[in-house]
Ligand binder design. Structure first.
Ligand SMILES: [Zn+2]
Length: 435
């Protein structure tokens, strides 16, 4: 395109390129973004573990060394079932002031705004006074980042090293009592999926008394989990969320959540899982044959863990619920051990976000959140321990409670006004931090 890069038009074009992962097929979307960014003066590299799953690293260097600001985004999406949608999920249709389609919120919308802002800066002739503006646009976030951000941070750390990073995860507006907040994602929980295993003795199912049924042993373990979760964890980022809402916070996490629930139960529901290890049994497997008493039963458990906490902590929390492994007759076998991480809210990037919020919605505060899910920010904080990474994609047409149910769901859409707002944010932030 020769004219200005408009975030709305760019988002429509991105939605029309189907990047449902698996399989992803992100190459065409990343080629499109490369053409835009190169046209605006960015130096671009496509880096991929395999030819059809590239990642785009684009940079606009300043005259001297200085901070590196990275705008991150993934261009793959989850699937969509057209029969559940009001529009074709790959149409990018404009309706009622919104752009509709898979990825509008997660996260082609943010990618379009980041690229539109960067292109406008580049085309205007602006260059960082010092430091560098980087855009890292990746594949494969929705299926584990094996070819995307994880791979980039491990294989090409020098290409993607940065001091400040803005990614997905938050930015919606939340009303709490008579106050308004923009959410900022400061961290994500870790993933420690595990198997629960019980053992017994096989035998012919026509004579139940001769075996020991591992499936029935598992019932006792699962019963304990029904309606219960491990105790709350009191950690700095959890306190940060609670204190932003309640002011100076005395007492424990549970009591603070109760006070929040009295004002806004939907917000308490969102915060609660971020303040503890969560366990959710999802799959069970026992005998492979209907006439054989199972000697082994396994249950897969999805388990999410607050930032910085590891296997020992998970094991302790699970044992507090179910009882000690050895005495209770079950075993835990970990399948994932990705430790969550977080960035403290402070420094130039937080100040830049705060200043934008003050200009946009005077009197509104920032609500720092840890996400119950996962984002690519994790790989950057892990690879570059000094990197400050937040999720921030400012939106105000829909509230936090309206957008959250649309992510990974039918009728995903974003307001055109918010695409303008977010483009303005990424442009002004770059100007401010790289002056
Ligand atoms: Zn996403």
């Amino acid at each position: 395109m020769s004219g200005p890069t408009d975030a709305t038009a760019l988002l429509q074009r991105l939605i029309r390129l189907d990047t449902v992962n698996p399989p992803g097929n992100e190459a065409a979307a990343l080629e499109l973004l490369r053409t835009e960014l190169e046209g605006a003066g960015f130096k671009c590299d496509l880096l991929g573990a395999v030819p059809d799953r590239p990642n785009l690293v684009a940079r606009l260097a300043g005259a001297s060394d200085g901070p590196r600001l990275c705008l991150l985004g993934h261009v793959d999406t989850v699937l969509a079932d057209p029969s559940e949608w009001s529009v074709d999920p790959w149409s990018g249709e404009l309706r009622d002031g919104f752009v509709w389609g898979r990825g509008a919120l997660d996260m082609k919308g943010q990618v379009a705004c980041e690229v539109a802002a960067a292109c406008e800066l580049g085309r205007s002739g602006w260059r960082p006074a010092s430091g560098e503006l980087m855009l890292v646009l990746v594949c494969d976030e929705e299926a584990g980042s094996t070819y995307g951000a994880k791979w980039l941070c491990e294989q090409f750390p020098e290409q993607v090293r940065c001091d400040m990073l803005v990614n997905e995860g938050a930015g919606e507006i939340v009303e709490f009592g008579d106050r308004r907040f923009f959410t900022v994602c400061v961290g994500e929980k870790g993933v420690f999926r595990f198997k629960l295993v019980t053992e017994g003795r096989a035998g012919h199912a026509s004579m139940p008394g001769i075996g020991e049924n591992a499936l029935l042993r598992m019932v006792d373990v699962l019963k304990v989990l029904d309606g219960r979760q491990p105790d709350f964890d009191d950690y700095p980022e959890a306190r940060g969320s609670l204190a932003a809402l309640l002011g100076e916070m005395g007492g424990d996490v549970g009591a603070a959540l109760d006070r929040i629930r009295e004002v806004e139960p939907r917000l308490a529901d969102q915060l609660e899982p971020t303040m503890r290890v969560t366990v959710a049994p999802t799959m069970i497997r026992a005998s492979a044959k209907e006439n054989v008493i199972p000697s082994r039963c396994t249950v897969r458990v999805d388990c999410r863990v607050p930032p910085g906490m590891g296997e020992d902590h998970v094991r302790r929390r699970v044992e507090e619920l179910i009882g000690p492994e050895s005495e209770t007759g079950y075993r835990i076998e970990f399948e994932d051990n990705v430790v969550g991480n977080a960035s403290a809210l402070g420094g130039p990037l937080a100040a830049g976000i705060e200043a934008f919020v003050e200009r946009t919605a005077p009197g509104a505060g920032l609500l720092p959140l840890v996400l119950p899910g996962f984002t690519d920010s994790n790989w950057f904080r892990k690879a570059f321990p000094d990197c400050v990474a937040y999720g921030f994609f400012p939106q105000r047409a829909m509230s936090f409670f309206e957008t959250a149910p649309l992510i990974h769901a039918p009728d995903e859409r974003i307001a055109i006004d918010d695409l303008d707002l977010a483009s303005q944010f990424y442009r002004e932030l770059s100007l401010e931090l790289l002056a």
